[in-house]
Design a protein around this ligand. Sequence first.
Ligand SMILES: [Zn+2]
Length: 449
Amino acid sequence: MISAPQCPTNFVMQLVTEDKKDGKYWYHRAYYYDAEGKRQKESFRCKKEHSKKCNGKYGETHYCKAYKAAEDRLKNLAHATKTQSLNLESLTKAERVEWSQASELAKKIGISMSQIIQIAEMHKGPLKPIRLPEAIDLFIEGKVAAKLRPSTIKGYKTNLNRLQLKFRQKHLHELHPSELQTWISGLTLAPKTHNDTLATCSTMWQWFKDRQYSVGPDNPFGKGVTRQETDEDYIDTLTIDDSKKVLEAAVEDPYIAGIVVLQMFWGVRVEEAQKILRKWIKEEHPMVTVPSHIAKLRKARYNQANISDDWKPQMMTNAKAVPPNAIAWLKYVLNKDYTYGKGKRQKKCVGCFWNVNASTYRNHKLKTLSMINGRKNVLRHTFCTMHIHAFGNMEHTSMIAGNSVEELDASYNEPVPEDIAFEYWDIMPPVEKENPLRIRQRVIEMAVT
Ligand SMILES: [Zn+2]
């Protein structure tokens, strides 16, 4: 049922007799609040000489038809409010006209008004269909409020503008995959741009769906519109030999050693690893904390390492942890002797650096790890791939890596033989020759097994 026009908290009705400021007429006016809480006024012109004396009681000297009409109007409104039912009398004049037009139209197309109300109920949510330009503005506003990076928002705007140029007049729910296919194919975009544009549109549709707008049952930017093949569809991972070469070189450079180890074995993103502080790394009960304020998805992670001898079967069942070699590598770079700087400024220290500036990390990585230049995110991809395929539990991997199961499932579905994945988790740091005392007993034990 549609509820009657009312203002639930402040339903004030008033009958006022007043003259029109610039004219000679007097009016009896019904004031009330409508369904949206707006104050409404309906005027009934008085034809009596002494308008202020008018009343609505038939038979009395000052009985006035107009006054009676205003009074009845308010009575009807009050009744409709009480019964909460749809009452034509409760509508404003404009609404009544609208209602009868709608009713006529419904008759013509063979749907009853009650069916129309049912359809409206299905579409309820806070809002109705939304037009494209308005949708784009709201979506961008929402993303700005969510504090996304300016570059991301700029990308969204560019992508959505392509859509708006073609479908400015349409509502979001009116878009159909076939016309979207024609539109996007006609743009002759580079494969990556083609896919990014569809991805942004799809994200926007889902955003409104989540907020209960009426955008239709299925995402028109989904599988009905083809994506193009790009290099990015292929997830680049390191082989076991390459992993060893990368580690061998990385641990020698104190600026990148710790960050590379966190990426390769602890499921930490590069942006996160650069901001990790030494105090967030615990050696005794091995754990690396990625606090929420540096985590990409603003959700803290407490990644532990399994250090039992019998870790492999445990990883398969329920341990949300990384294998023992993760802590072995971390201890290795935490205890290693480093020399850094050039010439007279050369300095020595024990343990690699933490909280490294992003550009410093990038410069050192370009030099020290030149063998993986241009291979974007290859360290993280290697971690995710090897963790999933060794332990076969997407949920655990997603907990550690801090991404969604869906994202993992979509990205890391290239099969990697289980034994190769396990080989990765068996890569151990070298046993330091010059200073064997520095290496903890446990590390040696692990290296031997
Ligand atoms: Zn009157």
